[in-house]
Write a protein that binds this ligand. Structure first.
Ligand SMILES: [Zn+2]
Length: 121
């Protein structure tokens, strides 16, 4: 028979083969901890997205501007995080962080834009 331990306190389990916790206290503690970790991950991603959005807004007060990748990166912009994309009929892909977006041009330049009406949500 397989030896199993409580997922929370690692106490040896002697119950049914599907038993995962030694007690309800450990079950509750374990699930609370997992939930807290999940929320922490979500908060972390949200904070990156919000920061990205604020950087774009600060660099683009007029609603449309051209800017170097270096300038974005120097502010701490994280290029792998965005909320959605928009592909135009000609195949250009705009990346958005909420209402602030950008389009990659040639030579590591970007056009920053504000959300257009044709984009959903
Ligand atoms: Zn336990």
């Amino acid at each position: 028979m397989e030896i199993r331990y409580c997922l929370e306190c690692e106490e040896l389990l002697r119950g049914r083969s599907d038993q995962k916790f030694c007690s309800d206290v450990c079950r509750t503690a374990y699930h609370n901890r997992m939930h807290a970790d999940k929320n922490k991950t979500i908060r972390h991603v949200n904070s990156i997205l919000r920061k990205n959005r604020n950087i774009l807004e600060q660099l683009n007060p007029g609603g449309k501007t051209k800017i170097s990748r270096e300038k974005l990166a120097s502010r701490g912009f994280v290029f792998s995080y965005f909320t959605n994309t928009y592909t135009t009929k000609t195949g250009k892909v705009y990346f958005y962080c909420y209402d602030q977006g950008y389009l990659l041009l040639e030579g590591d330049w970007y056009i920053l834009v504000r959300k257009q009406e044709y984009i959903d949500g």
